[in-house]
Write a new protein. Structure first.
Lengths: 97, 330
């Protein structure tokens, strides 16, 4: 996203160019357009634009992409509940968003 | 096959208001299955969507003059993107609906047009094996579907890029506010209770007069954190939401002080500082919570900023409450 930028260097996203077969699925599905195909392989052109949605990894046929696997939305209330659950040992029910 | 209209009726609009305000947001569903718009036939495109009624309405209202099938998958009443994130909008679920609606007997082609944002949960490449249909990712917004279909299934960069315009930010405000009534009530009770503490041990009169100021401050905090911050988001300096909220909260508080208590705010400085700090802290938390509604904040980033944000909010609130009690003796 060009007009909204979040914390640089925070997102966990890795692409293994050795494994990549250049199918272009990641280029298609990324809602922030951070991938490009160069020389028949994907590259990450804007790593700080990543929001860790995981669409690229889900649609990579050769599992060449790794995204932060913690799922769920990023609302503070849910994250606090998750931190508390680590202390209390209870499981959290997801929020309704 | 149920045919649905492409125009929304007053009941749909009323339902939208109800869902947007949070009253039955988590139970606003469409029965999963196959629907049609226009006069769909065996060659008509199949558009897949979630069974949250807002998603279903957002799709069908963009299809006047188009003959198409709508395949509604069971996402437990959650919208496309969030459901895909929670993996209820998944490859298996799409395949299940294709089979249970016997789609292969209804259409001659073998193509499903999926919303791009469903890609978080649906691996389009695995659909063929799972149900005999090929998955193609269409545009992000339903509004772009007519153009996408007319251009022979070509989505340009704009159609594939998520946006967060003023209107898109604004529709999220009511639910954030309506879900606040419980913590707001709790904060009100605490504020009124501690407002009565003073030199005469406990004063009901002070609980009332000082309590009103506390409640006004809480309302200003909600305005700053849950309304102004989302609306002014691109223009507020900083990237971390707790900072943006604290900044807007602080400025809102000081503006309100100057407007509501133009001559008396300096008379009891500890009380004034307590209220400004309270507003800044609550607004900071509410802004931080808004990260759950934005389409560009990564979970890693939110975790990172929350450590700093919570420290500021907890420390600041404690200080504010302490100053508030102390100011009654000043």
């Amino acid at each position: 996203m060009k007009d909204f930028r979040y914390i640089d260097g925070a997102a966990i996203l890795r692409l293994d160019r050795e494994t990549c077969i250049g199918c272009g699925n990641c280029v298609t599905v990324c809602p922030h357009r951070i991938f490009e195909l160069q020389e028949h392989k994907a590259i990450i052109v804007d790593p700080d634009g990543c929001m860790e949605c995981g669409a690229c990894a889900t649609n990579c046929p050769v599992a060449a992409i790794y995204v932060n696997p913690d799922d769920g939305c990023g609302c503070a209330a849910l994250i606090i509940n998750r931190w508390l659950s680590r202390i209390t040992g209870k499981t959290v029910s997801g929020c309704n968003c | 096959m149920p045919l649905v209209s492409t125009s929304l009726r007053w009941r749909d609009h009323l339902g939208t208001i109800g869902a947007r305000s949070g009253s039955y947001r988590s139970n606003y569903k469409v029965i999963p299955g196959l629907y049609g718009v226009g006069r769909p036939g065996p060659e008509s495109p199949v558009l897949v969507t979630a069974n949250y009624k807002l998603s279903f309405d957002a799709l069908r209202r963009e299809l006047p003059g188009i003959d198409a099938w709508i395949l509604v998958v069971d996402t437990r009443g959650i919208n496309v993107w969030c459901a895909a994130g929670k993996k209820s909008f998944s490859t298996d679920e799409v395949a299940y609906q294709v089979k249970s609606t016997r789609l292969a007997e209804i259409v001659r082609h073998r193509e499903l047009i999926l919303p791009q944002l469903a890609a978080v949960g649906v691996a389009a490449g695995r659909l063929r094996k799972a149900c005999g249909f090929n998955g193609t990712f269409g545009p992000i917004r339903a509004a772009d579907i007519p153009a996408y279909l007319h251009r022979d299934r070509q989505a340009d960069e704009a159609m594939r890029t998520v946006t967060f315009r003023a209107g898109e930010r604004a529709v999220l405000i009511p639910v954030e506010i309506c879900l606040l009534w419980k913590p707001f009530l709790a904060a009100t009770v605490i504020l009124v209770l501690i407002s009565g503490i003073g030199p005469e041990v406990y004063s009901l009169n002070a609980a009332w007069t000082r309590g009103i100021r506390g409640i006004t401050a809480s309302l200003l905090a909600v305005l700053a954190g849950a309304v102004l911050t989302p609306l002014l988001l691109p223009w507020i300096p900083g990237r971390q939401f707790w900072l943006k909220g604290a900044l807007v909260g602080g400025l809102t508080a000081m503006t309100a002080m100057a407007a509501l208590l133009p001559t008396t705010w300096a008379a009891n400085l500890p009380a004034t500082i307590a209220l400004v700090l309270w507003i800044a802290c609550v607004a900071s938390y509410l802004a931080m919570n808004y990260t759950g509604s934005t389409p560009y904040t990564s979970l890693s980033g939110v975790g990172l900023e929350m450590r700093r944000g919570l420290a500021f909010q907890l420390g600041g609130t404690t200080l504010a409450l302490g100053l508030w009690i102390w100011s009654a003796f000043a």
